[in-house]
Design a protein around this ligand. Structure first.
Ligand SMILES: Cc1cc2nc3c(=O)[nH]c(=O)nc-3n(C[C@H](O)[C@H](O)[C@H](O)COP(=O)(O)O)c2cc1C
Length: 214
C-alpha cells in the first residue's frame, strides 16, 4: 500500500518536473532576443548570388540570428524595416552598383517612405560586390552602397575586406574562389555580431539626436 502511494507521488513529481523543463526549453524566442539580418542582392549570372549565400551563412553562424536572403526587387517595406541589419550586394556595372540596386535604395523613399523619420537609422549596414576585373570598380560599388546607407544614418561596418567582401569573377580569376567565399562569410558573421552588440546595448532607434534636426 505504502509502496503504491510512493509510486503515485513519484509519477506526479516526475511529470511536473518534465513539464517544467519542457516549458523552459520550448520557450518561444522573443523578438528582442533575436537579431534579423537581411541580405539583399542583385545578380544575373549568379556570382553575386553565390557571395550572398556565403554572407547569409556567416550571419547564420552567430547563435540566435535570423537571416533573410532576398533579391532587391522582392524586398518590401515591412521586410526592410523589420531587419536589424542589412547587407547589400551588387555586381559592378560600369564601375558602380547595378541600376537595380540603386533603384532599391531610391525606392526606400519613393515606395517605402523612409524619410523624414529616417526609419533605417541605427541599423547595421554593410556591402559586398563582384566584378569582372581586378581593378574595375568593386570598391567604388561598395562605397556607393555604404554612402546610401550613411545618408540614411545607418551604422556601417566592414568585414571580409576593408570596405566589405568582394570577388573578381573574370579573366585570370574566373568564378568565386574559396578565399572570396570565406571573406563573404566573415562579413556576414561580423554584421550579425555587431547587430547583437547593438541589441544587447539596448540602443533605442527612436531616441532623438541631441542638437541635430532629423
Ligand atoms: C553591363 C555590365 C557592365 C559591367 N561593368 C563592369 C565594370 O565596370 N567593371 C568590372 O569589373 N566588371 C564589370 N562587369 C562584369 C560584372 O560585374 C561581373 O561579371 C559580375 O561578377 C556579374 O555578377 P553576377 O554574376 O552576379 O551577375 C559588367 C557586366 C555587365 C553586364
Amino acid at each position: 500500500m505504502h509502496n503504491r502511494l510512493f509510486l503515485r507521488y513519484l509519477i506526479v513529481w516526475v511529470n511536473g518536473f518534465v513539464c517544467l523543463s519542457l516549458a523552459v526549453v520550448v520557450q518561444p524566442v522573443q523578438a528582442d532576443q533575436q537579431v534579423t539580418v537581411l541580405v539583399a542582392y542583385h545578380s544575373v549570372s549568379g556570382h553575386t548570388e553565390k557571395m550572398a549565400h556565403a554572407v547569409a551563412e556567416g550571419a547564420q553562424s552567430v547563435s540566435g540570428t535570423r537571416v533573410q536572403l532576398e533579391r532587391v526587387e522582392k524586398i518590401t517595406a515591412n521586410v526592410l524595416f523589420a531587419a536589424d541589419a542589412l547587407v547589400v550586394g551588387s555586381p559592378v556595372y560600369w564601375s558602380n552598383m547595378a541600376g537595380e540596386v540603386k533603384t532599391f535604395f531610391d525606392n526606400w523613399q519613393f515606395k517605402f517612405g523612409v524619410w523624414p523619420e529616417f526609419k533605417m537609422r541605427n541599423k547595421v549596414g554593410a556591402a559586398f560586390a563582384t566584378g569582372g576585373q581586378v581593378s574595375g570598380g568593386k570598391e567604388v560599388t561598395m562605397l556607393t552602397i555604404l554612402a546610401a546607407m550613411l545618408g540614411n544614418k545607418m551604422i556601417i561596418v566592414s568585414g571580409g575586406g576593408v570596405f566589405g567582401a568582394s570577388a573578381t569573377t573574370e579573366g585570370d580569376s574566373p568564378g568565386i574562389n574559396e578565399q572570396e567565399l570565406a571573406d563573404a562569410r566573415a562579413l556576414g558573421k561580423r554584421v550579425a555580431e555587431v547587430a547583437w552588440m547593438m541589441k544587447r546595448g539596448n540602443v533605442n532607434r527612436d531616441t532623438e539626436e541631441i542638437g541635430v534636426t532629423k
